[in-house]
Design a protein around this ligand. Structure first.
Ligand code: MG
Length: 393
């Protein structure tokens, strides 16, 4: 609590939270001690730091499925992150969870992604195979813990434990062992807080539905194909019975909107039921449970699975997307090899980092500096550098 000069006490507001939610006043804290924020909660401070960081601004030029220059109307990682935050906040408020925390996790969850979505990540992971691999979740944590350089007192953003716990959705056991308290839950198979569980599902919900929407917009999938998905077909029938004249793109948009609506409603109702049944007293009781409490009903888990397997088959393997994926793979491998063979291909500060890392920790350490540099690239920056270093299309 802050006492203003006139003696009036002002506390940051965190009203209406359930006992089982994350409470700012009970945070496990930050790696580097800091005085509490004056008029914000700890999680508002986390969210604000994320929005102001460089990696967050780069998300606008990074893509998931469609490369940034293919069109202005497709989702980017930035708009995806905003959609995840919006969905997660709506559910958080309905369940009396901490909206600020769930927003911070949602906005940060993709900060570690390479250019060109999963194709870029797979290629970089392969390049790093001998040097400890590359995991995008772990990289998001690395960005907020180490790579961002904005504050005089510490490297990284020095976020709270709860936000970092939410960012690290998955992690190999080998890496978990090196992460101290944060990695312990993967070893002991403990749960995260509910806000982290929620951000994870809001992510899936958002990308499944917006990939359908973007795929339709790009003309790579059509309504007839989508009608093979029982969940989509049932929703389309319901929409058509309400709006008989709706066809084409307006119909598709209304169906996608309705699917999101159903999934969000199901997520709230199912999760509330599970929370009521388990009735945890606080966030540590949530962490000690055998499974997550935030989830879809079995029926809607299946609906999500239908969407996902359709997208894998029809969109992600589409010849046009596949061509882009192959190009992304080629670009990332080429860049990594060129930078490894001559650190001077990077800007001076990065080259110096790589040299210093090599002297201290050998090739693996230098490779990590290069992986950080490549992972930080936007799609267009990677494409430009590919051409500059003599890459051929
Ligand atoms: Mg995501």
């Amino acid at each position: 609590m802050v006492t203003a000069e006139n003696g009036v006490a002002i506390a940051p507001v965190e009203l209406g939270l359930a006992d089982y939610a994350a409470h700012s006043s009970r945070t496990r804290g930050r790696q580097h001690r800091e005085s509490p924020p004056g008029f914000r909660t700890e999680y508002q401070r986390d969210r604000d730091r994320i929005v102001h960081c460089t990696a967050f601004r780069r998300l606008i030029y990074k893509t998931q499925v469609f490369v940034n220059h293919e069109g202005d109307l497709y989702r980017t990682r930035l708009t995806h992150s905003l959609e995840v935050a919006q969905i997660a906040r709506a559910v958080a408020r309905a369940l009396a969870l901490n909206e600020d925390l769930v927003e911070a996790i949602s906005l940060a969850h993709d900060l570690g992604h390479t250019p060109f979505g999963h194709a870029g990540q797979d290629a970089l992971n392969d390049c790093m195979r001998e040097y400890g691999g590359f995991e995008h979740n772990l990289q998001s944590l690395r960005v907020v813990d180490e790579l961002e350089s904005r504050y005089a007192d510490f490297a990284g953003l020095n976020l709270t434990y709860e936000t970092r716990e939410g960012i690290l959705k998955h992690c190999s056991l080998r890496n978990a062992r090196q992460l101290g308290e944060l990695g312990q839950r993967f070893i002991e198979r403990r749960q995260t807080g509910l806000e982290a569980q929620l951000a994870n599902l809001a992510d899936q919900l958002a990308y499944n539905n917006h990939d359908v929407d973007d795929g339709l917009r790009a003309g790579l999938i059509d309504l007839e194909q989508l009608a093979e998905i029982p969940f989509f077909a049932a929703t389309m029938t319901a929409v058509k019975s309400k709006h008989q004249r709706l066809v084409g793109r307006p119909l598709a948009q209304e169906v996608v909107r309705n699917m999101i609506d159903q999934l969000v409603a199901d997520l709230i109702v199912t999760s509330q039921q599970q929370i009521d049944d388990a009735s945890p007293n606080d966030i540590d009781a949530v962490r000690a449970l055998n499974g997550p409490l935030i989830s879809f009903s079995a029926e809607h888990v299946d609906a999500q699975r239908q969407l996902k397997s359709f997208l894998h088959r029809a969109l992600y393997q589409h010849p046009k997307v596949h061509r882009m994926t192959e190009r992304a793979d080629r670009i990332v491998r080429f860049l990594f090899a060129q930078l490894m063979s001559d650190f001077g291909n990077m800007p001076v500060a990065h080259a110096e980092n790589a040299r210093a890392a090599e002297q201290q920790g050998g090739t693996a350490s230098a490779a990590r500096v290069i992986a950080d540099y490549v992972a930080g690239m936007t799609d267009r920056f990677a494409i430009d550098n590919y051409a500059r270093l003599g890459g051929k299309d």
